[in-house]
Ligand binder design. Structure first.
Ligand SMILES: [Zn+2]
Length: 471
């Protein structure tokens, strides 16, 4: 498990590389003007490619600066990206549908789909018309066995491993409890489990296109390194050390992925509106409640470029000289709103008691039952948590402007107990008194959002790698 240097795409990694290198030969003669006609599509493409550009760590993911490429080459790659991106968003599509979605000319699409098909990236299937008469329609879609992705969702108590094919179909999933020990033992466990994930589905190691990892905590923006995490604290975890030679790994903060998935939903909803007039920047926040407190912010500009951030909200100061936090500081939002903090407050344990690394959810459930029955200390503990979250959100809105807040995570099941305190905490700020309470929505199914966020981010990187390889 030696440390691997950042790897460029290599022939051992991409067994059909020669095919792929040739696959854009027929797209050379595209008129640059065609590119100008699909600015909207291009913006959506950048949305796909760069929206995760902050708050993520990646290994070997550097891109060639745009200015370093010639125009025909750039246009060729961008048009191919548009086609791959459209297929990713809409699933199986006919030629005319791809043209409508991308704004590209029919001849261009024919050339691109032919080359992608020849390279084994996409495949065609036939669909009978609804009336059952006439010629069957030809539909294009990703070829499922082009390659595979491993998705790792790291929680305080376990790790979930999923295997998906190139079309995004979930093939296998298992969950393992986290073992004892420090980062080295943890990385060994990850490495063994990754091999098991592939072996169970009889997938060759060279067929793994990307390993996408998410965790709570702080992520290095340049490398797949967890800089701070609830379990290991400041002991950093370099995920590239758990990879085999040739494997690429991408690391994201978990709530960042949630914010990305929520923005995707918002984009789809807006796309169905009759007149999707977008006069202003769109923003949203995802607030994840649980053992730790996570926040993701997604901001989409009018031009379509989306930026997603995962600021260190849980460890933002709530009360000077306040309760001791797991990070070692005092008075963090998490030291009032994390599960351990709610229990500490309810049982009147001194606020300088070293917090537990992990609290069984059953204990918080029991406390919630007591609070719903009117138990005074339990009610007060949840209210205090709500106030800390509300104060934190008021600062967020004061700095970033009004935005809807989606509340998710295990702790969202206690939202009925947090709501009043959270609103009171928000209402104390000038910006909320002037502009009104932000829209607060509970989205209980956080695992689905994390999964969608993984797919969206990982495939944007993989598809861009395919296009870059051909350039
Ligand atoms: Zn803290």
């Amino acid at each position: 498990m030696a440390k691997q240097p950042p790897l460029p795409l290599s022939p051992t990694r991409w067994p059909v590389e020669k095919q792929r290198l040739a696959f854009f030969s027929t797209v050379e003669k595209i008129d640059v003007r065609e590119f100008d006609r699909c600015q909207f599509g291009l913006c959506r493409l950048w949305l796909q490619l760069f929206r995760f550009s902050r708050g993520q760590g990646a290994e070997g993911m550097e891109r060639v600066p745009i200015s370093a490429k010639s125009s025909p080459e750039l246009v060729r790659q961008q048009n191919s990206s548009l086609v791959l991106s459209a297929l990713r968003r809409h699933g199986r599509m006919a030629h005319t549908q791809i043209s409508d979605a991308t704004g590209l000319a029919s001849a261009t699409i024919s050339a691109i789909t032919a080359d992608l098909e020849r390279a084994g990236v996409i495949e065609r299937s036939e669909s009978l018309s609804v009336a059952g008469r006439g010629r069957p329609r030809v539909l294009f879609s990703q070829r499922r066995d082009y390659g595979y992705l491993a998705l790792l969702v790291i929680a305080s108590d376990n790790i979930e491993y999923s295997l998906v094919d190139y079309a995004g179909t979930l093939l296998d999933r298992f969950v393992e409890p986290r073992g004892a020990g420090g980062p080295e033992a943890f990385l060994t466990q990850v490495s063994v489990a990754l091999r098991r994930l592939l072996t169970r589905s009889r997938i060759g190691h060279e067929q793994l296109l990307l390993v996408s990892v998410s965790s709570k905590g702080l992520v290095d923006p340049q490398r797949p390194v967890l800089v701070w995490s609830p379990v290991f604290g400041a002991q950093s975890v370099d995920f590239s050390r758990a990879m085999e030679p040739g494997w690429r790994v991408l690391l994201n903060n978990e709530t960042l992925l949630v914010a990305g998935a929520l923005m995707d939903c918002e984009e789809k909803r807006l796309a169905t509106e009759v007149a999707p007039f977008r006069a202003s920047e769109r923003r949203l926040a995802a607030l994840s409640l649980g053992h730790s407190i996570g926040l993701g912010i997604a901001r989409a500009s009018v031009s379509g470029i989306t930026e997603i951030l995962a600021p260190n909200f849980g460890h933002m100061l709530h009360a000077a000289d306040g309760g001791l936090c797991r990070c070692g500081a005092r008075g963090c939002v998490e030291a009032y709103a994390g599960f351990y903090a709610i229990l500490r407050s309810a049982f009147e344990v001194p606020a300088d008691t070293v917090p537990a690394k992990f609290v069984p959810i059953a204990e918080v459930d029991k406390l919630a039952v007591r609070a719903r029955r009117g138990g005074r200390q339990a009610v007060r503990a949840f209210r205090q948590a709500g106030l800390a979250l509300g104060n934190g959100l008021s600062r967020l809105i004061s700095l970033h402007g009004p935005m809807p807040v989606f509340i998710t995570g295990l702790g969202s099941r206690y939202y009925d107990l947090l709501d009043a305190g959270l609103r009171d905490g928000l209402a104390e700020s000038h910006v909320v008194r002037l502009g009104g309470m932000p829209q607060l929505t509970v989205v209980a199914d956080e695992p689905s959002l994390v999964f969608e966020g993984h797919l969206s981010c990982a495939f944007a990187v993989v598809d861009q790698g395919i296009v870059d390889l051909a350039g």
